[in-house]
Write a protein that binds this ligand. Structure first.
Ligand code: SF4
Ligand code: SF4
Ligand code: FES
Length: 242
């Protein structure tokens, strides 16, 4: 078995969309996460290193980075899962985002696309009535529940080739959110929502690569949500044609 190095050799992106990797040596520690490594570098070696985190427990979605070539949530990624015996770690900002500085990216465009996809609840005329009862076993509730735990981390968006080619593509997270609302029986905004996701930069642009689904840390499958949106669009169009 290869001997495990006691130090990690960590190459960290420094700069914006242009820049270079800077190397740091960081001691390996038991149960260390990748976020722990970045924090240790900032505290002990270079306080100018920029990165984001908030909850440290996989809830806020702010700590995502590219770790050894793959987008991950760094607070829930143990170094032992990703660094080999040589202790090599390569940390980059998420792809398909503008880099603010070092490992921190600009998320505005990503969340603007949620709005463009009508990824918000539309109460309609029923608002103000009594609480809706939505039985957990119904097909709509199950479909919404399967996609609802998104933490907005941007990992799927970073992994999507279509986003890289087409900057206007709404992307897997916004479309996944739209799908949860299409399945929300209390919502009344489907006409506008299905129109919003049906354009050239909507769900028809998805090439079903499955990268979003394979990398999502919350085990959500945006690919299936997008396929569901395509079916819903078709049903909606056929209903309108009658
Ligand atoms: S399945 Fe669609 S949304 Fe997901 S990564 Fe592939 S092209 Fe992008
Ligand atoms: S769908 Fe998954 S990968 Fe995409 S933003 Fe939500 S939690 Fe992150
Ligand atoms: S710090 Fe909140 S998800 Fe990682």
């Amino acid at each position: 078995m290869a001997e495990q190095h006691s130090n990690l050799r960590v190459d960290v992106w420094r700069g914006t969309d242009t820049g270079a990797f800077q190397a740091f040596d960081v001691p390996r520690r038991l149960n260390q996460t990748v976020l722990d490594v970045v924090t240790e570098i900032q505290r002990d070696q270079d306080p100018t290193l920029s990165y984001r985190f908030a909850c440290r427990v996989g809830m806020c979605g702010s700590c995502a980075m590219v770790v050894n070539g793959r987008p991950r949530w760094t607070c829930r990624t143990r170094v032992s899962e990703v660094a080999g015996p040589d202790g090599a770690l390569r940390l980059e900002p998420l792809r398909n985002f503008t880099v603010v500085k070092d490992l921190a990216v600009e998320m505005t465009r990503f969340f603007d696309k949620w709005e463009k996809a009508h990824g918000y609840f539309e109460p309609g005329a029923r608002a103000g009535q009594d609480f809706a009862v939505v039985p957990p076993a119904t097909a709509e509730r199950r479909a919404a529940d399967a996609a609802i735990e998104c933490i907005g981390c941007g990992i799927c968006y970073s992994a999507c080739d279509v986003v890289a080619w087409d900057k206007d593509y709404l992307g897997p997270a916004a479309l996944n959110r739209a799908w949860t609302l299409v399945n929300d029986v209390r919502d009344a905004g489907d006409d506008a929502r299905l129109a919003a996701v049906s354009g050239d930069s909507g769900c028809q642009a998805c090439h079903t690569h499955m990268s979003c689904t394979s990398f999502c840390p919350k085990a959500i499958a945006p690919t299936y949500s997008i396929a569901g949106l395509k079916r819903a669009m078709l049903r909606h169009a056929l209903k309108g044609a009658r």
